[in-house]
Design a protein around this ligand. Structure first.
Ligand code: ASN
Ligand code: ZN
Length: 346
């Protein structure tokens, strides 16, 4: 097998280049030897949780997908593009070698199940599973870049702090602050993946799932999380966070991250206008996305544990900011202000 340069016509990201594996003169596999053999397979409409049972995507001319769902390979182009962009973000930003930092492949399977309106990181499979949409709320395959960044970040969190929900109900819904923090980190770094890829067909922003065709135009957003009425995401911490559903609860730290990166108030970036409020009426000045990201990543990988709640997360990010920029720096003070602005104080 040899490394080959292919191209893909994706559903959401335009035409993308793909590094693939050449197995014969006119036979290629959607597997990237330059990224630890990261590969996307077909779950064939079954609820497969074994990557080994997935069907490899092969092609004769190394041009993948058609740009529409008419070809089974199109969703795979988006998935493989998203997975490799996510790996590249973690490597170039933090030197992280793969999801577990062990130079192992990241894996994905598309066409998971029948009318599945979700995508998951499956820790048993050690892979990403993408549904094709339920045809109702989620009309399209869930293979967009920020969703991939979100799901693979769950893999990174599993491999580091391993934040756990404090309660899971009979339907599998998860609750509690550590679980909410897990969802939030997935949205934060998922957005970072978009900025890192900087694809003009998928302009980076602080919205999550804005290309999924939802009625409210996004799934979640970091600047003002309560604009999400689907999941009733919250803007601020309250004692109820202790037992809030994790996607709803994610707003607390996502909002703190946004404020730390960009500051409060109105701001337009890449054509999206944000208006980020504060609990205490304070004005927060951002330190920029790169520094905010460095603070949250260091906090995740050094100081957070499975039971870290929002008040612990505040302390973890303060420690990380002190390590990176000094305890007397503007960055350290901004971290404290950002958390106070979402009602998380000492
Ligand atoms: N897309 C959801 C998430 O990653 C799937 C789930 O695990 N509930 O949060
Ligand atoms: Zn999630």
């Amino acid at each position: 097998p040899a490394t080959a340069k292919g191209s893909g016509s994706s559903l959401f990201a335009g035409k993308v280049s793909l590094t693939t594996t050449r197995t014969a003169r006119t036979s290629y596999v959607l597997k990237d030897p330059t990224r630890w053999n990261t590969e996307t397979r077909d779950a064939k409409g079954q609820e497969l949780e074994s990557f080994a049972r997935g069907k490899a995507f092969t092609d004769g001319d190394n041009k993948w997908g058609t740009g529409t769902t008419s070809a089974r390979t199109t969703a795979a182009v988006d998935a493989q593009y998203g997975i490799t962009q996510t790996l590249d973000f973690y490597k170039k930003t933090f030197g992280r070698k793969g999801i577990k930092n062990n130079s192992a492949a990241a894996r994905g399977m598309v066409h998971f199940g029948n009318k599945v309106g979700n995508a998951f990181w499956d820790s048993y499979c050690g892979c990403m599973l993408y549904g094709d949409g339920d045809g109702r709320v989620f009309k399209k395959p869930l293979v967009v870049l920020d969703v991939t960044g979100h799901e693979l970040t769950h893999g990174v969190v599993d491999a580091t702090a391993a934040l756990e929900p404090t309660r899971v109900d009979d339907d599998g819904n998860q609750y509690g602050e550590a679980g909410s923090l897990n969802e939030s980190l997935a949205d934060i770094f998922g957005s970072d993946v978009e900025f890192s890829a900087n694809n003009p067909k998928n302009p980076p922003n602080y919205l999550v799932g804005e290309k999924l065709g939802l009625a409210q135009k996004f799934l979640r957003r970091l600047d003002r999380p309560s604009l999400d009425v689907l999941e009733e995401t919250v803007d601020y911490w309250s004692p109820a966070a202790y037992d809030t559903e994790v996607h709803a609860g994610s707003g607390v730290s996502s909002h703190a991250f946004y404020l730390l990166a960009e500051g409060s108030g109105r701001k337009t970036i890449n054509g999206v206008t944000y208006d980020s409020p504060t609990y205490d009426g304070s004005r927060v000045t951002g330190i920029g996305r790169a520094k905010a990201t460095a603070v949250f990543y260091r906090a995740l990988t050094r100081y957070m544990v499975s039971t870290t709640d929002f008040h612990d997360a505040r302390k973890a990010t303060l420690k990380a900011a002190a390590d990176l920029y000094g305890a007397n720096g503007a960055e350290y003070k901004a971290v404290g202000k950002a958390w106070a602005a979402v009602n998380v104080t000492a």
